[in-house]
Write a protein that binds this ligand. Structure first.
Ligand SMILES: [Ca+2]
Ligand SMILES: [Ca+2]
Length: 265
């Protein structure tokens, strides 16, 4: 370890000297070139030498409130998710996957499976969007079937080592609706819904997906039946656990973007 660290520092110094020499050779003597050399030297010299990382099981070290170090095992999980129409999934604030079909695609129905590593407890946060053509909330604008689309999402999380399902969407998940439209449903057949349909956009809290975000003010998600949502392509490809439920806001049509959170322990 010490030897490799020494090697690393020696290599960093050599690298810095080479870069400095290059800068001089190029006739570049301004401040930015000097700063670049300094940055390279500091960053590389302080970084652990490659090959020092343990190849064994991944562990996560956290601290309790008293400052006591706790080492917990990290497991590999898989989240299966189906959304009408689009979703992005975060674990403890980190984006681990998003729907491969863009939200700009009308009638996008597909299931996705994302893998991630985490140590319990961890927070799952999902941004779910129903397709809307504009802030009017409508789809097929200008066509005979101009209408309010509806949403819905279902997800389940499995520990890939044990095959055990550890969590699934249900009404215990918390929800914040950040796009609602149209607020006046009678605009649905208007010739120019963009000028007559009313909408409400709520700011998305900056750290809403993080484990430490305080979601006290959020409401519980609403559980919906398969008959309500009529889940389509991709839904039947997943072997849903009986406890996994379709959820959304309180209105399948008006609620267009829903933020969802649950902490798994
Ligand atoms: Ca939809
Ligand atoms: Ca809608």
């Amino acid at each position: 370890m010490l030897d490799s660290m020494k090697r690393s520092r020696a290599q960093a110094l050599v690298l810095a000297v080479v870069i400095a020499a290059s800068a001089v050779a190029c006739g570049s003597s301004d401040d930015s070139a000097v700063n670049t050399v300094t940055d390279v030297e500091v960053v590389t010299a302080d970084a652990p030498a490659s090959g020092d990382a343990a190849d064994g099981p991944i562990v996560t070290e956290t601290e309790t409130e008293t400052g006591e170090a706790v080492v917990s095992d990290t497991s590999t999980y898989e989240i299966e998710v189906w959304a009408d129409n689009w979703m992005a999934v975060y674990i403890d604030g980190e984006l681990i996957g998003e729907d491969s079909v863009s939200i700009t695609t009308e009638r996008s129905f597909n299931a996705e499976t994302f893998s991630f590593e985490a140590a319990v407890p961890f927070t799952v946060a999902i941004e779910a969007k129903d397709f809307k053509e504009t802030d009017s909330g409508l789809e097929y604008i200008g066509e005979a079937k101009q209408q309010m689309g509806d949403g819905g999402i279902i997800a389940q999380i499995t520990d890939t080592a044990t095959g055990e399902m550890v969590a699934a969407t249900d009404a215990s998940w918390l929800a914040l609706v950040v796009h609602q439209a149209p607020l006046n449903a009678d605009c649905v057949s208007d010739a120019d819904p963009d000028s007559t349909c009313e909408f409400l956009i709520t700011d998305t809290p900056a750290d809403w997906a993080s484990a430490t975000f305080e979601d006290d003010g959020w409401m519980n998600a609403t559980k919906w039946s398969a008959a309500d949502v009529s889940p389509k392509d991709g839904y039947d490809e997943v072997n849903w656990d009986a406890s996994a439920q379709l959820i959304w806001g309180t209105d399948l049509e008006v609620d267009n973007t829903v933020l969802l959170r649950s902490t798994i322990s």
